[in-house]
Design a binder for this molecule. Structure first.
Ligand code: FES
Ligand code: FES
Length: 164
């Protein structure tokens, strides 16, 4: 079957088997290896991408369910020399821990901040727990996301301040 996907703003016409997963398509057909294959059973969250505005585990999405969808992967965030603020915050807070969980952590954080620019620590913790870190832990990642939430709060407060 042929599917049309817009990935990180770029349109692709892709030949895929109906049972092939979005994760496999991204990695093997489009060369976007940021999303990782951890469990392949919908448990670990390492394959997280944004599909039509919602985070999904791409290992659980079959090609037969796809039709002209918009996908954002970690590769769509920023580039060397022009990093996304989230990527910068992860670097500044030592939250870039390993190549397995970091791409998915960035994706869930991006989704959270786009829906709620000033999330609480509880909301941030709940969000990052969608992605399983098997080794280092979540604290630096939470701090990185929290730093952006604080920055957003400052911006919103100064915008709403009455001009004198
Ligand atoms: S690889 Fe998709 S949830 Fe683990
Ligand atoms: S799995 Fe990446 S740091 Fe734990």
């Amino acid at each position: 079957m042929r599917i049309e996907l817009t990935v990180n703003g770029e349109k692709h016409l892709i030949e895929a088997e109906p049972e092939e997963t979005l994760l496999k398509i991204l990695r093997d057909k489009l060369g976007l290896t940021g999303a990782k294959k951890g469990c392949d059973t919908g448990t670990c969250g390492l394959c997280m991408v944004i599909l039509d505005g919602k985070t999904v585990k791409s290992c659980q999405i079959k090609a037969k369910k796809l039709k002209m969808n918009k996908v954002v992967t970690v590769e769509g965030l920023g580039k060397p020399g022009a990093l996304h603020p989230l990527q910068k915050a992860f670097i500044e807070h030592d939250a870039v821990q390993c190549g397995f969980c970091t791409p998915a952590m960035l994706i869930v954080a991006l989704d959270l901040l786009s829906r709620n620019p000033v999330p609480s620590r509880e909301e941030i913790t709940k969000t990052v727990s969608k992605v399983l870190c098997r080794c280092t832990g979540y604290i630096p990642i939470i701090r990185a996301i929290e730093s952006l939430a604080e920055e957003n709060k400052r911006k919103l407060t100064s915008k709403n301040k009455p001009q004198t």
